[in-house]
Design a protein around this ligand. Structure first.
Ligand code: FEO
Length: 169
């Protein structure tokens, strides 16, 4: 069992994970529109991963005999000024998600809710990877600067990312 307060806090996090998917899909659509197909691919995989994150919380609430209640998802921004803007916003968003995961851990510890605390450890580790990857790509985009050739090489690299599914995420 989880407390009503924890149930509500996890439902809020499900909303944030779904918003994350929405945000990255919107970024992917923008990348497609400016013919950066590699960026589009990377962002679409990112969006699919966010769906698996939402699903992990969904399953957990059900396993704990709680109730998943879905709320409206905010509209994401539709336009971005540059590939660097996309990656900067990706990194900022992941930092925001990390903060919220940590807040959930704080609540679990306060409630002596060891099960939720354990469940959240996967997300704590995942967020390290999420921030690291976004930060690395941002650095590469910034290094590419105004060089179209360097940006296209990076785009080619990002085209290789594949969706690993639930098990590897
Ligand atoms: Fe679900 Fe990108 O964190």
């Amino acid at each position: 069992m989880i407390s009503d307060k924890m149930n509500k806090a996890i439902n809020d996090q499900i909303n944030r994970e779904l918003y994350s998917a929405y945000l990255y899909l919107s970024m992917a659509a923008h990348a497609a529109n400016i013919n950066l197909k590699g960026f589009e691919n990377w962002l679409k995989v990112q969006a699919m991963e966010e769906m698996t994150h939402a699903n992990r919380f969904y399953e957990y609430v059900n396993d704990q005999n709680g109730k998943v209640t879905l709320a409206a998802i905010d509209a994401p921004p539709a336009n971005f000024s540059s590939p660097a803007d996309i990656m900067k916003k990706t990194l900022d968003h992941e930092k925001f998600v990390t903060k919220n995961i940590h807040n959930l851990v704080t609540l679990a510890k306060k409630e002596n809710d060891y099960a939720t605390d354990t469940h959240l450890q996967w997300f704590v580790t995942e967020q390290i990877e999420e921030e690291k990857t976004a930060s690395e790509i941002l650095q590469m985009v910034e290094m590419a600067g105004k060089s179209g050739g360097a940006l296209l090489m990076l785009d080619h690299q990002l085209a290789k990312r594949k969706f690993g599914g639930e098990a590897k995420n």
